[in-house]
Design a protein around this ligand. Structure first.
Ligand code: MEV
Length: 334
């Protein structure tokens, strides 16, 4: 195989789970959208013969050399960087090329925004593009899923799917993802507690809870699944219909979607994956005029999302910062 001769750049977005995290691991549906405001970008550059494959992360001041097989070292960052390339190399059935992959990311790590899947997607895209073996999204998605399994054992597959296709998705584990349409754009605030929390621990704890109390926990999963179905219907139709004396008027669906977010958050709290900081920020958002708020992703820390009337976004954002959010991103979901 000729060595790579040109520089290529690839990227992948973050993601937001709108509804259904955790229950989706146990067979319920979930809704997720890409979050393009934060991204991982990887530049692949050819290197002199004999260099091998190197990965450099300027932000984290870390450089690693990729070996052909996964290294048996207990270093999560090393594995997060090297494993996507090991998986891609095996899939293409090529030797490791002389190449430097330079990673830049604006997605906070372990914060519910899909940093692991986005890192894997951008690394594999840059690597395969540089070798002139670009992958379709359909071919990339299972490779990123394999990396996700390495990270946290029993991922549902929603993170890799929404990040690779970069489209809103209605997702049920083991089924082909269904695109879903957003009839009316809506505004979300994404507020960071500043407390990183690895997804695999929360997912493992929910599994343990399910094993200890299958009836109660299974009922919570099913309730979350019903919320997801209702939310999908409202988001896809873009309307909250209210009947008045025989005729019906079309109202903003914001309050209805917001109340579903509140209900989903309460159920996630019952699953033990919220935290005092997340609960406090959700309350602050609602008190400042948000239609609803919930944690997003693995929970225990990381980020929450608040659905807000666009003209109140700035005010609610300030309230979230005052209540302790270390960062707030405003995004329009379209
Ligand atoms: C993590 O972004 C979402 C979880 O539901 C885990 C998963 O679906 O694999 C918590």
């Amino acid at each position: 195989m000729p060595p790579p001769t040109h520089t290529t750049t690839a990227s992948a977005p973050g993601k937001l789970i709108l509804f259904g995290e955790h229950a989706v691991v146990h067979g319920q549906p979930a809704l997720a959208v890409p979050l393009s405001a934060v991204r991982v970008t990887v530049r692949a550059e050819p290197m002199p013969p004999g260099t091998g494959t190197l990965i450099h992360t300027p932000d984290l001041e870390r450089s690693i050399r990729v070996s052909v097989e996964p290294d048996p070292i207990p270093d999560r960052l090393h594995t997060a960087l090297a494993y996507p390339i090991q998986v891609a190399r095996r899939a293409l059935n090529v030797p490791l090329p002389d190449m430097m992959l330079i990673v830049n990311s604006t997605i906070p790590i372990a914060s519910g925004l899909g940093s692991g899947a986005a890192l894997a997607a951008a690394l594999i895209r840059a690597f395969t593009d540089a070798l002139d073996r670009p992958l379709s999204n359909d071919a990339l998605n299972p490779l990123v899923y394999e990396v996700e399994k390495q990270h946290h054992g029993t991922p549902s597959g929603i993170d890799n799917t929404v990040i690779v296709y970069e489209k809103p998705v209605y997702f049920v584990r083991g089924q082909p993802p269904e695109p879903f349409t957003i009839a009316r754009p809506f505004t979300l605030l994404v507020a960071d507690t500043g407390n990183p929390s690895p997804t695999h621990i929360a997912v493992g704890d929910v599994r343990a809870l399910y094993e200890a109390e299958p009836d109660r926990t299974g009922a919570i999963f099913r309730e979350i699944g019903q919320i997801v179905e209702q939310a999908r219907q409202i988001i896809e139709s873009g309307a909250a219909e209210s009947g008045t004396t025989g005729s019906s008027t079309i109202e903003s669906p914001g309050p209805l979607i917001g109340s579903l977010m509140d209900a989903n958050h309460a159920l996630l709290r019952d699953l033990t994956v919220s935290s005092p900081a997340l609960n406090a920020l959700c309350a602050a958002a609602r008190n400042a005029g948000a239609w609803g708020a919930k944690l997003s992703g693995g929970g225990r820390g990381g980020n929450l999302i608040a659905l807000v009337p666009p003209d109140r976004a700035e005010h609610i954002s300030r309230a979230l910062r005052t209540a302790g959010a270390v960062g707030v991103i405003e995004t329009t979901v379209t």
